[in-house]
Structures are given as structure tokens and as C-alpha cells.
Design a protein around this ligand. Structure first.
Ligand SMILES: O=C(O)CCC(=O)C(=O)O
Length: 264
């Protein structure tokens, strides 16, 4: 591990109270550049297929990453520092439920401010501790021009209405998160955020790995695991991925995105 116990506690505390924490220069940038090369043809065929169904906003695409090399990489999805922080937030025996990407292209716009999950108990009018996390990391350096993620601090523990009210009144600010290739963010998906326009010719892919409490099922996402990949996973990785569907191979037909409603 790169961080000691007290540093892990600090990151966890920050994510618990602020809704997110950022680990700088944590993943090998060179590896993520290779991911980006492999990702480009996937993105291109996805854009081709989904034209007219741009449900995340114009020229902005959500693409599930196939769970094969180079993306099925334990150095990324089972990073010990990240998993230690995730466990502090969503408890023992949490699961990994998602490996995907969000990519604004030129012509994309500001999204509506949103959360990625509804409250667990809407009738309470109060928020619970964390139950769903996203680990985000870009495959290119994020700049002012290529669509920085905008987020808010502390809104994950407020109702959405109250979070929006405090934003409106200026008590809480919307902040741009500038990230370099290799940086990662661990966030409670209820932190109010939005995507911003990419004004450059180069796509800005942001990967997302979802981790949930052990009892939570998110039907809109899953990691389809080909048998050959499964057989080569460590016991720790198999435990993380235990509730995901296992398939013989990844065929074309099943790659259509089912994660359509994304903003809460
Ligand atoms: O990729 C981004 O900048 C944010 C995308 C996002 O929040 C979404 O599509 O839910």
C-alpha cells in the first residue's frame, strides 16, 4: 500500500464529510494512456450505434468497458488503498458493480445538476450514510477546455432540494475538479455534480468503477465476466465481483447500454 493507516483514515474522513476525496498520481499514467488507446475504437463504435439516443446530453456518452484486458486489471479495480477507503465508507464485503466511462466530446454541454442514485428512503426526508460509491479517473489530463467535472462538497448528506437551495443561495459552491491522468476520486454518488462542455477535438474519457454495500443491487449496471477472465482472477477479485453475471464470451448484442436513467 502507498498510504499508512492514518492517511487512509484521513481520506475516508474527507469522503465521509465532504462527499469525495482525491488521490493524486495514484494509478500508473502510462497504463491509463494505453487504456485510452484501446478505448477510442470502442467509443467510436458506441457513438455510431447510439446516435440519436444521447440521453446524457448532446455528444456525451456512457460506455461500459468490456471486462477483458486491458480493462479487467486488478491493479486498478482492486487497488489496496482505494479498497481500504471504500471499505471505511460502505462497509465490509462491499461489491464492485460497475466498470464504465463517461465521455464528453466536442459539442457537449452543461448537464443538469444531479446525483447518480436516489435516496435509500425518500420518505425520511433525510440522508443515510454512504451506500454507493464511484471511483472516477480520467484517461487524459483534464483541462478548463475539455470538460472538467463540476462538483459540490457536503451535499451528499443533504436532501437534493436542500443541496440545490444552498447552491442557489451561494452557501455552497460548484467547483471544477481538475484531474491529471493517474489521479482518482472516490465519491459518494449523491454529491451533487454535473458534466461540463468539452470544447476540444479530443474526447475526455472519465472511467467509473462502482462499489456498493454488500446488500445493494443496482440493476442498471453490471460487470459481465467472461469465463476466461474469471478463471484468472485472484480470490480477492472474485469476492468483489461475486454477484456479477458470468458469461462464456462478450458478444455484440449484449453490449447495448441499459443504464439510461442516470440522474436523480
Ligand atoms: O463525466 C462527467 O464529467 C460527468 C458525467 C456525469 O455526471 C453523468 O453523466 O452522470
Amino acid at each position: 500500500m502507498r498510504y499508512n493507516k492514518s492517511e487512509i483514515e484521513q481520506f475516508s474522513h474527507e469522503a465521509l464529510t465532504q462527499g469525495q476525496c482525491v488521490l493524486r498520481g495514484h494509478f500508473p499514467a502510462e497504463k491509463l494512456r494505453r487504456w485510452n488507446e484501446e478505448f477510442q475504437p470502442l467509443l467510436a463504435s458506441h457513438v455510431e450505434r447510439e446516435r440519436g439516443n444521447e440521453n446524457r446530453g448532446s455528444n456525451r456518452y456512457y460506455v461500459t468497458l468490456p471486462f477483458v484486458a486491458p480493462f479487467a486489471d486488478e491493479e486498478i479495480f482492486a487497488d489496496p488503498d482505494v479498497l481500504a477507503i471504500v471499505e471505511n465508507l460502505v462497509g465490509r464485503d462491499f461489491v464492485m458493480c460497475q466498470l464504465a466511462s463517461d465521455t464528453p466530446l466536442k459539442g457537449s454541454d452543461y448537464q443538469e445538476l444531479h446525483r447518480d442514485a436516489p435516496p435509500l428512503f425518500p420518505e425520511l426526508n433525510a440522508e443515510t450514510p454512504s451506500f454507493q460509491l464511484a471511483v472516477n479517473f480520467p484517461l487524459v489530463d483534464v483541462t478548463e477546455e475539455n470538460g472538467p467535472f463540476e462538483t459540490t462538497y457536503g451535499t451528499h448528506l443533504l436532501t437534493k432540494e436542500e443541496g440545490l437551495r444552498r447552491l442557489e443561495s451561494g452557501e455552497i459552491k460548484l467547483e471544477k475538479l481538475m484531474m491529471k491522468t493517474g489521479d482518482l476520486m472516490i465519491r459518494d454518488v449523491r454529491a451533487i455534480h454535473r458534466g461540463t462542455p468539452n470544447r476540444t477535438d479530443e474526447p475526455r474519457p472519465m472511467c467509473v468503477i462502482g462499489y456498493s454495500r454488500r446488500w445493494l443491487f443496482r440493476p442498471e449496471v453490471s460487470v459481465r465476466i467472461p469465463r476466461a477472465t474469471w478463471e484468472n482472477l485472484s480470490e480477492k477479485a472474485k469476492h468483489l465481483l461475486r454477484f456479477n453475471p458470468r458469461v462464456e464470451t462478450l458478444d455484440e448484442i449484449d453490449t447495448r447500454e441499459v443504464y439510461q436513467a442516470f440522474a436523480y
